[in-house]
Ligand binder design. Structure first.
Ligand code: AMP
Length: 223
């Protein structure tokens, strides 16, 4: 099973992806995380993509596609995986088919109002050690500036700056309709309401996933 989770920046894809990984065992692959890691380590790729990411623009397709191609070859992806932030356009969606075509898939869009998103992004903080995500108004850490899980220092992503957020929203709107159309045509598109608490959204997501997994099992049983 391949789960493609998409939705605007701040819609909670990362958090929901982590919860899916924990409950269903499908590793979460976030291209944003892979790219940020490359920037942090200042690898060849990291140095190439840093400026684009800081402006909120998309990184070149071939760079991101190669990262995904390598990652999904890992043994932990054998039974399935969840993609967060990929594909971001139809060319990437087509490239995914070419990389790993026969796999059963479902593309789930998390829908949410833009003003809610902007507020969420501006108050998002991330742990520099373990990547845990906090929200200063909804899920603030116990000690200001420190991660509850590991004590690491919290930082604000450079692309969570208000001007950069506007640009990321613009880029998302421009591409998301095409991605939606692509998966609707394959009859694997679903959408869930992204408002409410993390648990509310995860309950909706689990409902959709449980139905899909049950279908998959039933098809297997039929041979
Ligand atoms: P995210 O963490 O998904 O919001 O991604 C952060 C940034 O990483 C984006 O604004 C892009 O610059 C870059 N990025 C992540 N995924 C992709 C992708 N699939 N294609 C191009 N750029 C990406």
């Amino acid at each position: 099973m391949r789960i493609i989770l998409f939705g605007p920046p701040g819609s909670g894809k990362g958090t929901q992806g982590d919860l899916v990984e924990k409950k269903y065992g499908f590793p979460k692959i976030s291209t944003g995380d892979l790219l940020r890691e490359a920037v942090r380590k200042q690898t060849l790729i990291g140095r190439k993509v840093e400026a684009m990411m800081n402006q909120g623009s998309l990184v070149r397709d071939d760079i991101v596609e190669e990262l995904v191609r390598q990652r999904i070859k890992s043994p932990d992806c054998r039974h399935g995986y969840l993609l967060d932030g990929f594909p971001r356009n139809v060319a990437q969606a087509e490239s995914l088919e070419e990389m790993d075509g026969g796999r059963q898939e479902i593309a789930i869009e998390i829908e949410i109002d833009i003003p809610i998103l902007v507020r969420r992004l501006e108050s998002r903080r991330v742990c520099s050690c373990c990547g845990t995500i906090y929200n200063l108004s909804l899920q603030a850490p116990g000690n200001e500036g420190r991660c509850d899980a590991c004590g690491g220092s919290l930082f604000q992503r450079k692309d969570d700056d208000p001007d950069v957020i506007k640009e990321r929203m613009r880029v998302y709107r421009e591409r998301s309709e095409q991605i939606k159309g692509f998966y609707q045509a394959k009859n694997v598109y679903r959408r869930i309401d992204g408002s409410g608490s993390v648990e509310d959204v995860f309950n909706r997501l689990s409902y959709v996933l449980d139905a899909e997994l049950a279908k998959l099992e039933a098809n297997k049983a039929l041979g």
